[in-house]
Write a protein that binds this ligand. Structure first.
Ligand code: AMP
Ligand code: MG
Length: 429
């Protein structure tokens, strides 16, 4: 190859923006991801929100524990709190029951030699006691209990501060707040947390053929589905969405749409109009308005992709085909939006290998994201099959699929039974 590839140490998109200099098929998927990642820094505005309202948001500051967790030494079992020194290495011992310690109702006194206190899970361990004997290992009768041998000192005790000590970070900035974090924050008695403000994402569809739902179709027209898919994907990611509708393939209208979007949003996403020829005016327009790179990515579907800045806003120009929109969104835009939202680290979507029961057509030289159905046979073994026709306009293939089958750049045709890499969509999409 005699044309330069984008350099990863470029500091400006201008350094990597001569898209026409590239071999049209030469930008591998991981390289495009790396280049985009270089230009992203998280939004800095912070908001204080209540724990419940924080679900789905990203922590902007560490949460420091104001308490020890657990706050007291307590029992992990229903049983008896005893002094280990009273137990025998061999044979039975009988102890006097002097009271009880239930969760929320501690025993007031201390456990003296020869004594035991009935204790329930979560009950505070009374002073003097250092060991819990499970109720299954003791026999209670007439205010006394008999305990056999074989116990260990400190058994079944949960120590104060063993999960978390006061002053330690319970959660780190960059952490997305899910149900577990919501409960954890509440367990520390904290009512409000600092989160990054929601990322504002404006999006519109481009195309003279597009009609929004609610209007009848004219000849040669189709319903705009990309705006609805994008709305759904962005909403799932926790973004504030700004739907700017359909914009005709008209440079003037496009220019004002880009300007309006870039003025209000952190990120502008469009679909359509980035393929060769048709996109030329969009390209010129964006080159005047900002720094935008048009790439031919070595992938299928989703080959044309534009990325750059318009003013302060990041811009993603996705292809028009509905499947390409979803694939490029999940392979490039998702991670970028998470990073801009303050998420750190960004977990790559997990992949693993399973046998493929279909025969797959695949040309080397590009990464393919075929739509697959992962299932288990009666013996519990996982395998994947393809959804059928893989045209990038067949959105039903995304609906039928529960995973992407990712075929690497060098991979050729796949015979039945070959191990292939899959990426599960559930929980992601
Ligand atoms: P384009 O990239 O604009 O050439 O579009 C490629 C294909 O995707 C064409 O068949 C378009 O009609 C179709 N397409 C573009 N935008 C949308 C959209 N918003 N909803 C559904 N199909 C679309
Ligand atoms: Mg178009």
């Amino acid at each position: 190859m005699n044309t330069p590839n984008p350099t990863l140490n470029a500091t400006s998109l201008r350094d990597i923006s001569c898209a026409d200099d590239y071999d049209p098929n030469s930008m591998p998927v991981p390289k495009a991801r790396e280049v985009i990642a270089r230009f992203l820094s998280p939004i800095t505005t912070i908001e204080r929100v209540s724990v419940r309202a924080a679900l789905g948001r990203v922590l902007a500051e560490d949460v420091i524990s104001p308490v020890d967790v657990p706050s007291h030494d307590n029992s992990a079992m229903d049983g008896y709190a005893v002094r280990f020194a009273d137990l025998k290495a061999d044979g039975q011992v009988t102890l006097k029951m002097t009271g009880s310690s239930f969760a929320g109702v501690p025993f007031k006194g201390a456990v003296a030699a020869g004594e035991a206190v009935r204790i329930m899970t979560g009950g505070v361990v009374p002073s003097g006691a250092d060991t819990i004997v499970m109720q299954e290992h003791a026999e209670a009768k007439d205010g006394q209990i008999s305990i056999g041998s074989g116990h260990k000192k400190n058994q079944h005790l949960r120590r104060a501060g063993e999960d978390l000590q006061r002053g330690q970070p319970a959660l780190r900035r960059g952490q997305p707040l899910r149900p577990a974090e919501t409960g954890l924050i509440a367990s520390l008695g904290i009512a409000e947390v600092s989160v990054h403000r929601k990322l504002r994402v404006a999006f519109f569809s481009t195309g003279d053929e597009l009609v929004s739902i609610g209007s009848p179709l004219g000849e040669g027209q189709i319903y705009d589905s990309n705006r609805y898919t994008l709305h759904a994907m962005l909403t799932r990611l926790g973004c504030e969405v700004i739907d700017m509708g359909v914009v005709r393939d008209d440079p003037k209208l496009l220019e004002s749409a880009f300007r309006e979007a870039a003025a209000v949003a952190d990120v502008v996403i469009t679909s359509g109009g980035v393929s060769v020829g048709e996109a030329d005016f969009v390209k010129d327009l964006l080159n005047q308005m900002g720094e935008v790179v048009f790439w031919k990515i070595a992938m299928k579907p989703g080959r044309p992709l534009a990325y750059g800045k318009i003013g302060k806003a990041h811009f993603f120009g996705l292809p028009g085909n509905p499947v390409s929109v979803m694939v490029t969104f999940y392979q490039f835009v998702r991670d970028a939006l998470l990073k801009l939202s303050g998420r750190d680290p960004i977990e790559a979507l997990p992949t693993f290998k399973v046998p493929c029961t279909s025969v797959l057509k695949k040309a080397p030289g590009r990464t393919e994201f075929q739509r697959g159905i992962l299932s288990r046979d009666s013996a519990g073994n996982l395998s994947v099959r393809v959804t059928g026709e893989q045209g990038s306009g067949i959105l039903r293939s995304m609906s039928e699929a529960n995973c992407f089958i990712i075929l690497g750049i060098d991979q050729g045709n796949v015979t039945s039974g070959t191990l292939v890499e899959v990426q599960v969509m559930e929980g992601v999409i």
